[in-house]
Design a protein around this ligand. Sequence first.
Ligand SMILES: Nc1nc2c(ncn2[C@@H]2O[C@H](COP(=O)(O)OP(=O)(O)OP(=O)(O)O)[C@@H](O)[C@H]2O)c(=O)[nH]1
Length: 291
Amino acid sequence: MFGFLKKAFGKTNEAIREVLPEKKTKISKEEFEEILLEADVDYELIERLLESLPETITRIQAYNSLISVFQYRAEWIDPNAYHPFVEMIIGVNGAGKTTTIAKLARRYQKEGKSVILGAGDTFRAAAIEQLSRWAEKLQVPIVATRQGHDPSAVVFDTIRSALAKGVDRVIIDTAGRLHTQTNLAEELKKMVRVADKALPGAPHRKMLILDGTQGSSTVNQAKAFDAMIGIDGIIITKLDGTAKGGSVLSIADQLKMPIYFIGTGEQPEDLIPFKANEYVNTILDEIFVPA
Ligand SMILES: Nc1nc2c(ncn2[C@@H]2O[C@H](COP(=O)(O)OP(=O)(O)OP(=O)(O)O)[C@@H](O)[C@H]2O)c(=O)[nH]1
């Protein structure tokens, strides 16, 4: 797992090495500040972190400082607590929703769970096609209608089909953009209401997909979606292709929501559970000489 994370943060680690060509046992406050800036951590957060640190910083001190960002109370949702477990995948177009749905489906299959997909982005024909292709590749059933049809009908049919067939996990795609933001909010709210009608309590998890290459600016997107329907958790994609790995800290700090997974590539296997301690250690391994 550690190796996977290292690979995912390759570009961020390169950026750190530019600031600090050689690993050290202690670093100065200025060096720590520069490293965090280079990794795209929000400046206001950096200032806060530096405030409580001494002029020269050891690994333990840096660890305690960075890990503190993740120490907020958040409710973690366990898919195994529900049958079927219904999950809605939310986010702007291009964030990586479709690919992430494929990754989740593959992951659940590996856990021995049966999966059904719902093609709830009926705004774009391409989205329906793309998800259908993944369904075929992964050999999972999919409920899809034609472009322009009501996505809430897809939600209802997908959940009912899961109930009828005893499927374990339901993953529903949603539109990332409609003609107006108000339309999008109304559509997402209706999808949530209809899910609850099909199965009281559903959807159990509304998962937001954030594009890691967009850095800390994704925080505003997240707040907008959270205001619309309430977000239960986050997946950050494309961290493998960017030096902005530090944005995870800003996202955690500002949203205080569970970060469930990070996307580390374009293949269905490229999804790893996010663990704050591994993340912090991956960054610190690049700064400090091994103890
Ligand atoms: N390197 C990398 N690429 C990713 C990752 N996740 C998604 N992508 C790529 O990002 C692009 C957009 O992903 P999609 O899954 O199509 O995104 P979407 O949010 O469904 O976007 P639309 O299809 O435009 O709605 C694709 O080329 C994916 O292969 C990731 O974790 N790492």
